[in-house]
Design a protein around this ligand. Structure first.
Ligand code: NI
Ligand code: MN
Length: 234
């Protein structure tokens, strides 16, 4: 059985993962219809679970419509789950930082992220988070929107198979801090995210990939939107 992680541009990822009943699709931070780099539209994606890291439009804008169409369970912080509930989304699973829960695909836990989280209508979006996912024998870390922080070392201590880190700069850490993050986390594989969507966060991912190879022990995987990483789940 395999874990298939597809980058849908910006900070959006779709994971197809094994579970005892077959497979499940986990959609992270869906931003598709208004994203200039998304390879698919919101009405084209599958989801059994939707993970939302924080309240910014480029992470929540398609969440309600996809949740409504698919009936997916939304896993996010308490405030974002409440905000979605007011839009008629009933299947939510609220957390706070450090809290996790077990589902048929495995376990998810919300990690710290140093960022902000106001929702598009000005509502309070709670604290921003990243996600740790335990799926089969693999552990995945999606840092989501964050600055570099030293506790990434703690996150890496138990061994991370795949880390997804922002490299866009300006709104999150940039390429140089992402290298330092890899040195703290020491993941087996690392993929960049949250870049090239708009000119202010354009980055030279190929150059960054060379720096990862030269300065860390991680294997970099730079994708084009729609590209995927496949991991053995066991
Ligand atoms: Ni953000
Ligand atoms: Mn963002």
């Amino acid at each position: 059985m395999e874990i298939e992680a597809t980058w849908l541009g910006h900070g959006t990822w779709s994971l197809v993962v094994p579970c005892p009943q077959g497979t499940r699709t986990i959609l992270i931070d869906p931003f598709l219809n208004d994203s200039p780099t998304a390879p698919v539209k919101a009405d084209q994606v599958a989801a059994d679970y939707i993970l939302i890291s924080h309240g910014h439009f480029d992470h929540v804008s398609d969440a309600a419509s996809i949740a409504r169409r698919t009936g997916a369970l939304v896993i996010s912080n308490f405030e974002i789950c409440t905000w979605l509930g007011k839009q008629g989304i009933e299947r939510t699973h609220p957390h706070n930082l450090g809290g996790g829960s077990t589902h048929d695909f495995g376990r998810v836990q919300l990690t710290l992220a140093h960022h902000s989280s106001m929702l598009p209508d000005g509502s309070y979006g709670g604290n921003p988070s990243g996600f740790l996912l335990w799926i089969g024998a693999r552990k995945l870390y999606f840092a989501c929107d964050t600055a570099l922080f030293y506790d990434m070392k703690l996150i890496g201590e138990e061994g991370i198979d795949l880390a997804v880190l922002p490299i866009g700069d300006q709104f999150t850490m940039g390429p140089a801090d992402a290298i330092r993050a890899i040195q703290l986390i020491q993941p087996k594989i690392v993929a960049p995210s949250h870049y090239d969507t708009w000119p202010p966060i354009h980055q030279d991912a190929a150059a960054w990939q060379e720096q990862v190879r030269a300065q860390t022990s991680a294997e970099p995987r730079v994708l084009a939107p729609g590209g995927k990483i496949v991991l053995k789940a066991s």
